[in-house]
Ligand binder design. Structure first.
Ligand SMILES: [Zn+2]
Ligand SMILES: [Zn+2]
Length: 61
């Protein structure tokens, strides 16, 4: 179930929003034109960047 490819279904850019009614992914722009309305829109939270390279130690140069 669901179409969770992480891409906007219209323009194939990185999806940042998902409609909780259709379970379709959209980018910021396309979600604005989505017919279900903002009440069903949720941000996609599975950021692949979480935890990547979070440590920057003191530079001793
Ligand atoms: Zn929808
Ligand atoms: Zn889009």
């Amino acid at each position: 179930m669901g179409n969770s490819k992480g891409e906007c279904r219209f323009c194939n850019k990185i999806a940042t929003q998902i409609c909780s009614l259709c379970w379709e992914d959209y980018c910021d722009k396309c979600i604005e034109a989505h017919e279900c309305g903002e009440d069903y829109v949720m941000p996609i939270v599975n950021s692949p960047r979480t935890g990547v390279c979070g440590y920057f130690g003191p530079l001793e140069e």
